[in-house]
Design a binder for this molecule. Structure first.
Ligand SMILES: C[S@@+](CC[C@H](N)C(=O)[O-])C[C@H]1O[C@@H](n2cnc3c(N)ncnc32)[C@H](O)[C@@H]1O
Length: 189
């Protein structure tokens, strides 16, 4: 990465710890097939921790060293099965095909990575994809429209999968914060 975004994420994650998991993860965790799980662009691990507390063995990938350190600390403190892996996701996923029963992609958008997310899923495995919609740009903290989904773009990106749940709209969080998001739960055929 040469555009300074990695350094910016390292700065943002330094000294921080995981917050509450994304509501969609909490809401759909019971629908995820059991087995090894992958959390891409995991940040400080709020969703990895939720998965591991629900008895998934989790691989958490990010390119930010402080984020991965926070995950390692939190998982050690609770003795949870989370393996932090440093990787730049613009280079693809460093895992064998059919490795995971579930993949999480939350608050991250690298469109070219989608075929790779499907590749690493076992047949019948699930991808939970949840990130910002274009409506959020300039309204919330998201300023760059490249990192926001167009309307029904997620459905198109996942067209090779069996879509079990799909939603676009305003999500309301405890405390009153709101965000425009697209959420999908899709299964590998
Ligand atoms: C908005 S945070 C989301 C973190 C987490 N998924 C969550 O929902 O809390 C985006 C994360 O993507 C990571 N990231 C951004 N670009 C990346 C890349 N090319 N390779 C690996 N990680 C990346 C950042 O370090 C950051 O932790």
């Amino acid at each position: 990465m040469t555009d300074g975004r990695r350094e910016e994420w390292e700065r943002r994650h330094r000294g921080t710890t995981a917050g509450a998991p994304e509501p969609s993860v909490v809401g759909m965790i019971a629908e995820l097939p059991r087995g090894p799980a992958l959390d891409i662009a995991a940040g400080t691990g709020r969703n990895s921790l939720a998965l591991a507390r629900a008895d998934f063995a989790v691989v958490a990938v990010d390119y930010s060293a402080p984020a991965l350190e926070a995950i390692a600390l939190a998982s050690r403190a609770e003795d949870l099965p989370i393996k932090p892996v440093m990787a730049d996701l613009t280079a693809g996923l460093p895992f064998r095909s059919h490795s995971f029963a579930a993949v999480l992609n939350v608050n991250f958008l690298e469109r070219e990575l989608v075929p790779d997310l499907v590749r690493v899923l076992k047949p019948g495995g699930a991808l939970l994809f949840d990130t910002f919609l274009i409506d959020e740009v300039g309204v919330g903290h998201l300023r760059d429209s490249r990192f926001a989904l167009g309307h029904y773009e997620l459905r198109e990106l996942l067209c090779a999968m069996e879509l079990r749940r799909y939603r676009e709209g305003l999500v309301e969080y405890p405390g009153g914060r709101r965000a425009w998001r697209a959420t999908a739960l899709a299964f590998r055929r």
